[in-house]
Design a protein around this ligand. Sequence first.
Ligand code: ZN
Length: 439
Amino acid sequence: MNKFHTPKSSMEEMWKLIVELFPIHRTLVNDGFKNSLEIIKRKLDITILEYDSGMEVWDWIIPNAWNVREAYIKDSTGNRIVDFNNNNLHLAPYSAPFSGKLTKSELLKHIWTLPDDPGSIPYRTLYYKTDDWKFCIAHNDLRLFNDSEAYDVCIDIDSKPGKLCIGEYYLPGKTEKEILITSYLCHPSLANDNLSGVAVAVEIMKNLAAIDNRRYSYRLLVVPECIGATTYLATHEDQLHKIVGGYILTCCGDDGIVTYKKTYSGNSVIDKAAVHVLKNKYQDSSFNEYDFWPNGSDEQRYNAPGVRLDVGSFMRTPYSEFAEYHTSKDNLSFISKEKLFDTLDSILRTLYVIDNDEILNNNYKGEPFLTKHGIYQSTDLRKPDKQSICYIQRTLMMELDGLNSLLDIADKWNYSFDDVYDVSREFLESGLVRIVESK
Ligand code: ZN
């Protein structure tokens, strides 16, 4: 049972948000990014943090704002054969401005295509470069160009100092220790990578806000990938000790099975809870459990030297393992409401385990007389059911010694966390055990 209940209404809520955000042109620092945060703010009352272009954040510098006024390639008849207005993937983000007439061979040096997927427009960027420009087009569209013609190229860019924006939402709990939920919003019209992660993250916070008595505090960060996470970390160094760990969400809506990518340390409560929940939810083992690898999304920044926060990653098919990744085929038809909901449900179940995991210590010596405490359950000793309450009671009598958490005990004995937690309430309410502060 999912005790951080996932309401069915979340399915439509996530979908509506993705549909609304999909057409907007976003990049690291631009109007589209801020406008997208404003749309999210109507669903969840996030705070929009702003940081100036040019600001040094550890080893990095926040780039200028980059907004596209117009970008196209026109043939000699005045026909726009490539136009940013038709698809915002057509211009590589942070391309330099340009205006001029070029031959086909000159132009081809500034065009990226996907020869092995000729119908798709690639998504590639020119972040942190200043002197090049590239159009991204479907390989099939190269036939629109011929050798005898000259083409008018226009890349009209408004590039000037602006504000890097981060969407933040904080939910206080009983303790200041916090769990981080984060995703990135800097991609233009792509659905699985990255809008699916943002929609699930926002919905997590909306659901958590409706739950009473949360132990942990929760913080949502919606950032431009890499530079946004680095900016937040560099400007909140004195706060980072409060973070127990968290999850970055990406590629949450495709048809693949759920993947959990572990933290750098690999054995934190963040990892144990995620793997425990996925094992119990998908009894047929139809999920992926991957060790940390050092090429990915913002888990790279959170787990990096000098930071070393236990941030794992929930996704379905990992980025770069699906053919549609970073192409125009990663659109609304590539994701589904049902898979978004399934991912959301898996993460809320995981957060429930983390929020309720605790260490209990015995107030008794030897074997307690459960009948006296009104909680004894009998079992047929000839055919003992190892998943029965009776068996879990006997396990807890042996294990509740102030050393191992309920999740550790559940994993050791192959029980679900929920069953162990429920039986442990009987022990607690009868005064047989007491709560030890969580590690
Ligand atoms: Zn991406």
